[in-house]
Write a protein that binds this ligand. Structure first.
Ligand code: PEP
Ligand code: MN
Length: 344
C-alpha cells in the first residue's frame, strides 16, 4: 500500500502518521520527492481497511500497488536504491565494474587476476567457486578451497568479492567470504533459495533466468526483499532465442524497462550474454548508453588456458581498453565509472 503526502507537509505531519503506522506493526519506506512524499507501507495492509488516513494532515491519497511485485516496484519507492559496499556503490551516479574469471582455478590465476584488476582500479572481483555447469563432466569449481583463495587475493589487493551461491546449504559457507552473493540464471526461480537469501544482510545479485520475463525477474527479487533483505541488484545476462551465433541474446531493452518499473539497480553481463570476447566491449558500451548501473565481465589472465568460458573472457590488456572506451560513453550519459581515474 502507498500513502501519498504533500511534499509541503511538515516533519510533524509525517512523523505523526508514521508513528501511528509503526505502532500498528508496519514498516515504512519513505521517498521524498519534489511534489509528493511517497510512503510505502509494508505489512498486512488488510488491517488498514478502516484506518482514517484522510483525517491526518498532509495526506493526499492512499493507493494499492497494482503490480504483482510490490517492494521492488517504482510505485512503492520512487527514489533509486543505491547499494553501498565499502567504497563501491551500485545504483548511483557511478557505474560499478565487477570483473574476474569465470571460476577460481588456482592460487596463481586468482592472484594474477586480482593484481591486474586492482591496477586498473576495479573494486569488485568476480569468481566462481561453486559452478553451475551444464555438463556434470565439466569443471565444477574448487568449492570452499576456491573461496579461500579468492578471499585471500581480494584482501591482498583491497577488492570486494562477488561469488555465486547455488543452494541453501552453501549460504553459510559462502557468506563469510563474499561481499555480494550471486544467484545464477539457472537459480532465478529457486524460490526456497531466494527466501533464505531474504534473511541475510549482504547484497544479492540476481541474474535473469534463461527464459524469464521481466515480471518474473522482479517477482524473484520480491522473494528476497519480502524476507527482509532489500539489497538486491538485478542483472541482465541474455536470454534464449533462436539465434545461435551468440551464446544468448542480450536483451538491452530490459535496462530502461526495469528503470521505469523498479527502483532496484540493474547491471549487465556482456560476457555470458554474447559468449564471444569480441562482442563484450561493444555491448558494454551499449549497456551503459542504455542506462545500466554496472557491468560484470569475465576477465582471465590467460583466457586460452581458462577451465571455463575462455571464449568470452577478456585478457587484462583488452579489459583495460574496454575501461577506456566505456568511460567515454559513461561521460556522455553524465555518469562515471566506479574505478580510479583512467586517462583516455
Ligand atoms: C556466472 O556468472 O558465473 C554464470 C554462471 O552466469 P549465468 O548464471 O548468467 O549463466
Ligand atoms: Mn562464466
Amino acid at each position: 500500500m502507498i500513502l501519498v503526502m504533500d511534499s509541503r507537509s511538515s516533519d510533524t505531519d509525517l512523523n505523526t502518521i508514521s508513528e501511528k503506522l509503526k505502532n500498528l506493526g508496519f514498516e515504512l519506506e519513505v521517498s521524498k520527492g519534489k511534489e509528493k512524499i511517497i510512503v510505502g507501507i509494508i505489512g498486512d495492509t488488510r488491517k488498514l481497511l478502516n484506518f482514517p488516513f484522510h483525517s491526518y494532515p498532509g495526506v493526499i491519497d492512499v493507493l494499492k500497488v497494482l503490480k504483482p511485485y510490490k517492494l521492488a516496484s517504482r510505485e512503492f519507492k520512487e527514489l533509486p536504491t543505491v547499494i553501498k559496499i565499502g567504497d563501491a556503490s551500485i545504483g548511483g551516479k557511478e557505474i560499478a565494474l565487477m570483473a574476474g574469471p569465470c571460476s577460481v582455478e588456482d592460487e596463481e590465476q586468482i592472484y594474477e587476476a586480482s593484481q591486474g584488476l586492482s591496477k586498473l582500479g576495479i573494486k569488485i572481483l568476480r569468481g566462481g567457486a561453486f559452478k553451475p555447469r551444464s555438463s556434470p563432466y565439466s569443471f565444477q569449481g574448487l568449492g570452499e578451497r576456491g573461496l579461500k583463495m579468492m578471499s585471500e587475493a581480494a584482501k591482498k589487493f583491497g577488492l570486494l568479492v562477488i561469488t555465486e551461491v547455488m543452494s541453501i546449504e552453501q549460504i553459510d559457507i559462502i557468506a563469510p567470504f563474499a561481499d555480494i552473493l550471486q544467484v545464477g540464471a539457472r537459480n532465478m526461480q529457486n524460490f526456497m533459495l531466494l527466501k533464505e537469501l531474504g534473511k541475510i544482510k549482504k547484497p544479492v545479485m540476481l541474474k535473469r533466468g534463461l527464459s524469464s520475463t521481466v515480471e518474473e525477474l522482479l517477482l524473484s527479487a520480491e522473494y528476497i526483499m519480502s524476507g527482509g533483505n532489500k539489497k538486491v541488484i538485478l542483472c541482465e545476462r541474455g536470454i534464449r532465442t533462436f539465434e545461435s551465433y551468440t551464446r544468448n541474446t542480450l536483451d538491452l531493452s530490459v535496462v530502461p524497462a526495469i528503470k521505469t518499473l523498479s527502483h532496484l539497480p540493474i547491471i549487465v553481463d556482456p560476457s555470458h550474454s554474447t559468449g564471444r570476447k569480441e562482442l563484450v566491449c561493444p555491448m558494454s558500451k551499449a549497456a551503459i548508453a542504455a542506462g545500466a548501473d554496472g557491468l560484470i565481465i569475465e576477465v582471465h589472465p590467460n583466457p586460452k588456458m581458462a577451465l571455463c568460458d575462455g571464449a568470452q573472457s577478456l585478457d587484462l590488456n583488452d579489459f583495460g581498453n574496454l575501461i577506456k572506451e566505456t568511460e567515454l560513453v559513461a561521460k556522455a550519459v553524465g555518469r562515471s565509472l566506479n574505478n580510479i581515474q583512467v586517462t583516455v
